[in-house]
Design a protein around this ligand. Sequence first.
Ligand code: BTN
Length: 240
Amino acid sequence: MLVFDTLPSTNTYIKENIGNLEDKSIVIADKQIAGKGRLGNSWLCDDENGMLAMSLLIKNPLQPHRLTVVAAVAVSRAIEKLTGQQAYIKWTNDIICENKKICGILCESAIKGDSLFYVICGIGINISQPQSFFDNNNLPNGASLKSLYGKSYAKIQLAELVVENIISAMNESFENILACYKEKCCTLGKYVKFIRNNKEVTAYAKDINSDGMLICEADGNEFTVSAGEVRVRSVSGDYI
Ligand code: BTN
């Protein structure tokens, strides 16, 4: 486990040092100054290092496109084990406790040379930021484990639990993992809206397919929505 005081981003660190890092390397930074979120967003960190910013390098995974689903299930399980509270998944991979986002996951993959394929699984878990951090940074859907449950959890212990759960989930049948994902997924069974081809679409979120895509229905037509495509909100305008 490589632990740094400050990095631009743990995902970027792995990308830039890929040649020197072994499979399952873990990189943690107390503070990220250029943290990356999904869909090109930035991922903010507070001044008191209240977030666990970690990345796990997985070299040559068997099913790289399924790792986002695997990681979401594994991280939610780790959080449940640590806190004893239920953790849900908002499609694709936001981890939700008490209707608030307490963790985001950014899986990035690449090919090096001809064939070496790797996935960097970047995980940001809000451990102890005060509610004022989310309020002051216009993050109304965010919360930390401490702001929700009043308890402080140790970063490294949580990181270890997360990695342990990812590795064991990678060895579990994908059928099981997908079933678990669907059980925890708070997007399913709701009407959601998103922007597609510059148009707002409202659709019923029916299911998740084996590639982790959201199966939706609108006007009698069924279609799939991929993770990189849209930001899904419920029709009520609520985050969940
Ligand atoms: C999201 O947009 O929800 C995904 C956020 C992922 C943030 C984590 S923090 C550790 C890793 N390093 C990054 O730069 N991003 C991910």
